[in-house]
Write a protein that binds this ligand. Structure first.
Ligand code: KG4
Ligand code: ZN
Length: 335
């Protein structure tokens, strides 16, 4: 069964053709990172306009790369939430038009569930239930995952997403946007115990995350009380220490809560998906944690961690098989 996936929830325009939820025939991503970098973050209006320009040529190229004609496609899967509303609308409108023109069924995909699916994609005999962490620029959530399509939200962040904290800390340090890869790289030369930073704790909600405090702590550590003082006065070694300490603190919090959720929900394994799962320390520490807690580990492949349409088409296949066909009046929703 061949599914065409469309992803436009944030700043990547992505299209993919995937067979039976696993076999990738083609995948294209038009990244807007360079466009938004001068602004230090995604500008929603610019993002939607560029999706509009990029999507149809990307779609045509994707079908050519897959050597497929529209007739060969069984269904169209599209991300319809959550995300930037203008961006989502471009993908959803395109999917509706194609579904109507090609007489194909449409499947509505939740972007965060697709990140969760990316962790188990192509893996046989997954020992559900899993405790699954989706950690990206827009989301930090733990799910009890009972199958590819059954996810129950267990906990989430009450303020910033972890990836957002990486991006903001990188901005404080003058490392550019997106910040995750830059911090990951600088942290390799630093001491993770050099700077003591607050853990993300939320009163009365032991599994919930909060990352606004650590970001502020980094700001005061780097600039003192004089916030106008540029962090560029730090030496390279000091920057590396801040990066390593920040990354260490965030990774330990993410894994501690994921493991606690795994035990609370009788999970047999842990799964991790989303942009921050590209982080080298998170990947290494997740492997150690799974081993010491005797849990199976499902880590999204690095290339599937940031936004892509392969995970959308992959999850779309399972939803389609479960009969979850969307009507043509499908709404895009920000949350
Ligand atoms: O999944 P994604 O592409 O978009 C959302 O759905 O939000 O995630 C993007 C996020 C950004 O915040 C970026 O800084 C972060 O993933 N990221 C990383 C790394 N690579 C990307 N964070 C930490 N370490 C990395 N190596
Ligand atoms: Zn994402």
């Amino acid at each position: 069964m061949i599914i065409l996936g469309i992803e436009t929830s944030c700043d990547e325009t992505a299209v993919a053709v995937v067979e039976d939820g696993v076999t990738e025939h083609a995948s294209l991503i038009a990244s807007q990172v360079a466009l938004h970098a001068p602004f230090g973050g995604v500008v929603p209006e610019l993002a939607s306009r560029h999706h509009l320009e990029n999507l149809l040529p990307l779609l045509a190229q994707c079908l050519r790369n897959a050597r497929l004609v529209p007739r060969a496609i069984d269904a169209i899967a599209v991300t319809h939430k959550p995300g930037l509303i203008g961006s989502l609308l471009v993908g959803v409108s395109a999917a509706k038009a194609l579904a109507l023109a090609w007489h194909k069924p449409m499947v509505a995909v939740d972007h965060v569930h697709a990140h969760a699916y990316s962790a188990v994609m192509g893996r046989d005999d997954v020992p559900y239930p899993l405790a699954t962490l989706v950690v990206s620029g827009g989301h930090t959530s733990i799910y009890a995952m009972r199958s590819a399509i059954e996810l129950e939200l267990v906990a989430e962040t009450v303020d910033d997403a972890a990836g957002e904290a990486f991006d903001k800390v990188a901005a404080i340090l003058g490392l550019g946007y997106p910040g995750g890869p830059a911090i990951d790289q600088r942290a390799a030369a630093g001491n993770p115990l050099a700077v003591k930073l607050p853990r993300s704790e939320v009163k009365g909600e032991p599994l919930a995350f909060s990352f606004s405090g650590i970001k502020t702590a980094v700001l005061y550590h780097c600039c003192g009380m004089d916030l106008a003082r540029a962090a560029s006065t730090l030496t390279e070694a000091q920057v590396a220490d801040v990066c390593a300490s920040f990354q260490h603190t965030v990774v330990e919090v993410l894994l501690d809560k994921l493991l606690a959720a795994a035990h609370a929900h009788g999970a047999r394994g842990i799964a991790l998906g989303g942009g921050v799962v590209a982080n080298s320390r998170l990947r290494a520490r997740a492997a150690e944690a799974a081993r010491s807690h005797q849990l199976a580990l499902y880590l999204a492949e690095r290339r599937l961690t940031t936004d892509n349409a392969v995970m959308v088409a992959g999850l779309g296949y399972h939803l389609f098989r479960a009969g979850r066909i969307a009507a043509l009046d499908l709404d895009a929703t920000a949350h």
